[in-house]
Ligand binder design. Structure first.
Ligand code: NAD
Ligand code: DAU
Length: 354
């Protein structure tokens, strides 16, 4: 079996669902169930013996050691993290605990497990660390996209903590020989995306008749990838990636935020028109910018394409249409994630921006 950490979150849950749709190899899913973890994302696996869910922290070494001894996974995929930049600005502590100390503690337990493995299992074992393009910092218009050789220049508490975790993973390979793989991916979107992030926030706010808060001038550029393409890239890296190597993953899909918001509005105008006949664009509101806001990310995904033959299957147009439709088809999921804690976060992040 494989061990997935953070498999109740947005990308982790999509990964587990896709994995089990394509393979009978079981998944042990270790997730702390923070505000971002949601077992409803995995509801379709209820009663499926191939999925074993354990609520717990990647930093709990006793628990992780016991799980490894009991289930003997052949690979570990580390998705678990605090992932939201705005939350890292409001409160960086959890980011340092999970993304840095959690990764360190996990690496140490995994190292002990791997060192005790029989020779054959040991050489086939992999630790795949899921990371982000934000570790490379910010580009200006005209700069070439981030390659794997771009220097690390993280600018937010979130990206600094992810950069630290990448360095730990690298060091555990160079020093101890742990067979690690690292992926650095651009912005994902798709089903089960928690509505604190740009695309799902715009969809749920639009439908609720609320303002669509665009930070600053809305001209910051992100490189968008449909989440299922990220999952297929991770499967491919696990299957064929070279230990110690880093693979950038992206959709060759750079877009300014305001274009993303306009696209969401246009799709909603078509699929669920406003009762007053006006466009959802009427709800767009420019608000105070994110402190230290990175201007542009762009991923050069040439290495993973050349060396491992991976390419995204979705265009932005097909992926965003599927995503908007998914939110329209899943109002109960949306209602359940908008708990009291969610409303408190919205209040904390947006009240001061108006
Ligand atoms: P998410 O916030 O939706 O989910 C994170 C999951 O990790 C949650 O289920 C949470 O409960 C769990 N978790 C948090 N702390 C934990 C801990 N200490 N122990 C065990 N579980 C814990 O995040 P996501 O968007 O799914 O991102 C997954 C990974 O991919 C992260 O490492 C993130 O940095 C990376 N990434 C995300 C994106 C993106 O666009 N969302 C892009 C590139 C890379
Ligand atoms: O690049 C990969 C990263 O993408 C991941 O590592 C992170 O985990 C993930 O959260 C995401 O980070 P971003 O900060 O780019 O995503 P977010 O959805 O928060 O914001 C996308 C852009 O939209 C960013 O420029 C900020 C802007 N924005 C965001 C929100 C929530 C707004 O204009 N208004 C908003 O309300």
């Amino acid at each position: 079996m494989i061990l997935v950490t953070g498999g109740a979150g947005f990308i982790g849950a999509n990964f587990v669902l896709d994995w089990l749709a394509q393979s009978d190899e079981a998944v042990l899913n270790l997730d702390k169930l923070t505000y971002a973890g949601n077992q409803e994302n995995l509801a379709s696996l209820h009663g499926d013996a191939r999925h074993v869910f354990v609520q717990g922290d990647i930093g709990d070494q006793e628990l992780v050691a016991r799980l490894l001894a009991e289930h003997q996974p052949r690979a570990i995929l580390n998705f678990a993290a605090e992932s939201h930049v705005d939350r890292s600005i409001h409160g960086p502590e959890d980011f340092m605990q999970t993304n840095i100390m959690g990764t360190f503690r996990l690496l140490e337990v995994v190292r002990a497990y791997w060192q005790d493995m029989k020779v054959e299992a040991r050489s086939a074992f992999r630790f795949l660390h899921v990371s982000t393009d934000e570790v490379y910092g910010s580009l200006v218009q005209g700069d070439p996209a981030f390659s794997e050789r771009h220097q690390y220049e993280p600018n937010s508490p979130y990206s600094a903590s992810k950069a630290a975790s990448d360095h730990l993973v690298r060091a555990w390979h160079h020093t101890y020989g742990l067979p690690v793989l690292t992926t650095n991916c651009s912005n994902n979107y798709g089903p089960y995306h928690f509505p604190e992030k740009l695309i799902p926030l715009m969809i749920v706010n639009a439908l609720a008749g609320k303002p669509l808060p665009v930070y600053g001038d809305g001209m910051q550029v992100r490189d968008w990838l449909y989440v299922k393409d990220h999952c297929s890239a991770i499967r491919r890296v696990l299957e064929a990636g070279q230990p110690g190597e880093v693979y950038n993953v992206g959709g060759w899909n750079e877009k300014p935020n305001i274009d993303i918001v306009h696209t969401v509005c246009t799709l909603l105008d078509e699929l669920r028109p406003r009762l007053d006949g006006k466009s959802y664009r009427e709800q767009i509101t420019y608000v105070k910018d994110r402190p230290g806001h990175d201007r542009r990310y762009a991923i050069d995904a040439g290495k993973i394409e050349r060396e491992l033959g991976w390419k995204p299957a979705e265009t932005f147009e097909s992926g965003i249409r599927k995503t908007v439709q998914w939110y329209l088809d899943n109002p109960d999921w949306v209602a359940h994630v908008q708990s009291g804690a969610y409303r408190e976060w919205v209040q904390a992040n947006y009240a001061e921006r108006v």
